[in-house]
Write a protein that binds this ligand. Structure first.
Ligand SMILES: *Cc1c(COP(=O)(O)O)cnc(C)c1O
Length: 377
C-alpha cells in the first residue's frame, strides 16, 4: 500500500523539528537489503522453528525439557547445568555470585583474564565493580602460566577455547595445570562458545575430576541462534546452586525455551553438525585464498567460525570493505593484534562476496604501494 492510500498524513502531523531530521545511518541500517554481516561470528545457515502460541503463564526458571535436552546433548547430569539468557548472562552470574565488589575500605575480589580474548569478562567485572588482573597471552597465544601463578589469587579465572578472537585452542595440558594450581583457591571458567567447531578439544569430561571447573556454552554460534539469547553454564551442583540463588525468576521467555529445545532435538543436532562441516570447509577455502594475497601479512589458524588477518591498515580495510556492504571487524585495539581484522565465516554466497571485495582491495593496495615506491624514487 502506498502512502497516498492513507487519508491520514502522519508526516504532516509530526513536529517540524522531526520532519527536518535526516535519520542517522548506522552501519547496519544503511545496509538493509544486500547487507553481508561477517562481523559478529553468527551462523548464516539458519533453520526455522515452531511455536506453541500460548504464553499466558509465566515460564519456569529452568525449563525441564530444555535442561534435559542440553544435559543429554552435553552428557552431564541435570544438576550440573544452568540455562541463562546467553552465555553472557552466565559470565555475569558467576561474577555476581562469587566476587565481592570493591568498597570504600576494601579492594574486593578479582577475576583473571588473558587478552586478547572475549570482551565481556572485563565488561561484566567492571559493571559489578570487580577488579581485573590482566595476564596477556604469550605471543603464540598460549597461556603465560608463570605470570598467572605469580598474580594475586583471583576468585575466577577466565579461559576462552577456542579463543575469540584469536581462533586457537588453549592447550589441554595448560588448562589442566591451571585447574590443578587453583584447585582449592578459585574457579576456572572455560568458555567453550565455539567448541562445536572443535568438539574433541572440550574439557567437559574433566568436570567430575575438578570441582573448580566451570564450562560455558551457547546456542549463539554453531547452533545459529544468536537472536534467541540462550546459553548454558556447566559445573558441579554446588556451583550451579550458587548461580541459581542469583538468577532472575524468569530469565528465559517461553518461546526461547521452545525453540532451544527444538534446536537440541536429534534433527536439530544433525543440522548443527552439518552446518559445522560446511563452515569448516568455507573457512579452509577462505584461509587458502587469504594466503595467496601478498598484501596479507599474516593469516592466523582457526578452530572456530572466524579468521584473523593481519593487513597493512586494519581501519582502512574494514572501511573499504564496508563501503561494499560487507561488515568485518577491526580487532586492532586488542593486546597483540595490531592491524588485525576478523572475518566471520558466512554462507557460500557471502564468502564469495567478501573474497571478491578483499581481493579487489588488496589488488588496489599493492598498486598504491608500488606508486608510493616509485614516488619515493
Ligand atoms: C559469542 C560469545 C559468547 C556469548 O554468547 P551468548 O550466548 O550469545 O551470550 C560468549 N563467549 C564467547 C567467547 C563468545 O564469542
Amino acid at each position: 500500500m502506498s502512502s497516498s492510500d492513507n487519508k491520514l498524513n502522519i508526516s504532516a502531523l509530526a513536529r517540524d523539528s522531526v520532519k527536518a531530521i535526516v535519520p542517522y545511518a548506522s552501519a547496519r541500517s544503511s545496509m538493509s537489503g544486500g547487507a553481508v554481516w561477517l562481523n559478529a561470528n553468527e551462523n548464516a545457515l539458519a533453520p526455522e522453528y515452531q511455536l506453541s502460541g500460548s504464553y499466558n503463564r509465566y515460564p519456569e526458571c529452568q525449563p525441564p525439557a530444555l535442561i534435559a535436552a542440553y544435559a543429554a546433548y552435553a552428557g552431564v547430569d541435570t544438576s550440573q547445568l544452568l540455562v541463562s539468557r546467553g552465555a553472557d548472562e552466565g559470565i555475569e552470574l558467576l561474577i555476581r555470585s562469587f566476587c565481592e565488589p570493591k568498597t570504600a575500605g576494601q579492594a574486593g575480589d578479582s577475576i583473571l583474564i588473558c587478552p586478547p580474548t572475549y570482551g565481556m569478562y572485563a565488561i561484566s567485572a567492571e559493571s559489578n565493580q570487580v577488579s581485573r588482573t590482566i595476564v596477556p597471552l604469550l605471543p603464540d597465544f598460549t597461556l603465560d602460566l608463570e605470570a598467572m601463578f605469580e598474580a594475586e589469587t583471583p576468585k575466577l579465572v577466565f579461559i576462552c577455547s577456542p579463543n575469540n578472537p584469536t581462533g586457537d585452542l588453549i592447550p589441554r595440558q595448560q588448562i589442566l595445570q591451571v585447574l590443578d594450581f587453583y584447585r582449592d583457591k578459585a574457579l576456572v571458567v572455560v568458555d567453550e562458545a565455539y567448541i562445536e567447531f572443535a568438539p574433541d578439544a572440550s574439557v567437559l569430561n574433566l568436570l567430575s575430576d575438578y570441582p573448580n571447573l566451570v564450562v560455558l556454552r551457547t546456542l549463539s554460534k554453531a547452533f545459529a541462534l544468536a537472536g534467541l539469547r540462550c546459553g548454558f553454564t556447566l559445573a558441579a551442583p554446588a556451583i550451579i546452586n550458587a548461580l541459581k540463588q542469583m538468577i532472575a525468576p524468569y530469565p528465559l521467555a517461553a518461546p526461547v525455551a521452545e525453540i532451544a529445545t527444538q534446536a537440541l532435538s536429534a534433527a536439530g543436532q544433525a543440522r548443527m553438525k552439518q552446518s559445522v562441516v560446511v563452515i569448516n570447509q568455507l573457512r579452509a577455502e577462505f584461509i587458502a585464498f587469504a594466503k595467496t594475497q601478498s598484501a596479507v601479512k599474516q593469516v592466523y589458524p582457526s578452530n572456530a567460525n572466524y579468521v584473523l588477518l593481519q593487513v597493512a591498515d586494519a581501519a582502512d580495510c574494514v572501511a573499504k570493505i564496508a563501503a561494499q556492504g560487507i561488515l568485518i571487524r577491526n580487532q586492532s585495539s586488542q593486546i597483540g593484534l595490531s592491524q588485525v581484522v576478523r572475518v566471520s565465516i558466512g554462507n557460500p554466497a557471502e564468502m564469495a562476496l567478501v573474497t571478491d571485495a578483499l581481493s579487489q582491495y588488496f589488488k588496489n593496495q599493492s598498486s598504491t604501494n608500488s606508486t608510493e615506491i616509485t614516488g619515493a624514487n
